[in-house]
Ligand binder design. Structure first.
Ligand SMILES: Nc1ncnc2c1ncn2[C@@H]1O[C@H](COP(=O)(O)OP(=O)(O)O)[C@@H](O)[C@H]1O
Ligand SMILES: [Mg+2]
Length: 248
């Protein structure tokens, strides 16, 4: 089943075509990496998936229905930086999605409901290795910890789709490798549908079950926007190594 269907979508700013003719069906539970050079329109595409931007032409469906005009909790997002609230502690940031959902449902967030939410929040923090950081503020965390917090916060809202916009590109290589492992694990455990844009092709292949390449045509076609030039299924990596098989 497709969670997202992008149908002949174009984005045109001031008569300049940024994206053209995009058609993408995103299957439930897949991890789609969208890779392309800087400025080709990756963030624009993600902003359209979030309803922060609207397609100039074409349509986008979520679970078969046109996207709402405004962002909603069914689409979680993590940016390269500043996805969490600086004035809330780590625990406060993780509790926020639960608090918002609860207050929408019954207008209050006290007593047993709040205690159980705090328990869920602490479990999530444990999961992403931030339990000891619960009372700290985002500014007191390293870049890698901030991005783990942003991922955890987005997942607490249990979105239908998690949208990632170059979430790891500001991290040093070691930290990035660790958070790749964590992201893959969270994706496997939650069976969530993830769409990640990146300009790092190795990251796209390491994490994605499918890699979509967005590119502008050659410079001698100036009036054209970026479009999909490759759509590559990624085979799951073998877990048994050939060496082990030889020994056996
Ligand atoms: N709201 C906007 N108005 C006008 N131009 C925009 C707007 N948003 C993005 N663009 C332009 O669209 C192009 C693609 O931008 P972007 O999606 O940020 O690229 P990427 O994320 O791939 O680096 C850029 O040339 C950018 O200047
Ligand atoms: Mg971008």
């Amino acid at each position: 089943m497709n969670v997202i269907e992008v149908k002949d979508v174009w984005q045109i700013y001031d008569n300049r075509i940024v994206l053209e003719r995009l058609n993408i069906n995103i299957a439930e539970g897949s991890f789609v990496s969208i890779v392309g050079p800087s400025g080709c329109g990756k963030t624009t595409l993600l902003r359209m998936l979030m309803s922060e931007e609207h397609a100039s032409r074409g349509s986008i469906l979520l679970d078969g229905k046109p996207l709402s005009r405004e962002p909603t909790v069914d689409r979680g997002v993590v940016f390269q930086r500043y996805s969490v609230f600086p004035h809330l502690t780590v625990l406060g940031n993780i509790l926020l999605p639960l608090e918002l959902r609860s207050s929408r449902v019954c207008g209050k967030f006290f007593g047993a409901r709040r205690r159980s939410a705090i328990e869920d929040a602490r479990t999530m923090l444990e999961h992403v290795g931030l339990r000891a950081a619960a009372p700290l503020y985002p500014a007191q965390l390293s870049g890698g910890m901030q991005q783990r917090l942003a991922l955890a916060q987005a997942l607490m809202a249990k979105p239908r789709v998690l949208l990632l916009d170059e979430p790891f590109s500001a991290l040093d290589p070691g930290t990035r490798a660790d958070i790749h492992v964590l992201t893959k694990r969270l994706w496997e455990e939650t069976k969530m549908t993830i769409v990640m844009v990146t300009h790092d092709i190795s990251e796209a292949f390491r994490l994605g079950t499918r890699v979509i390449v967005l590119e502008r045509p050659s410079p001698d076609e100036p009036g054209k926007g970026a479009r999909i030039t490759h759509d590559i299924p990624v085979r799951a990596r073998q877990t048994a190594t050939p060496d082990k098989l030889k020994i056996a």
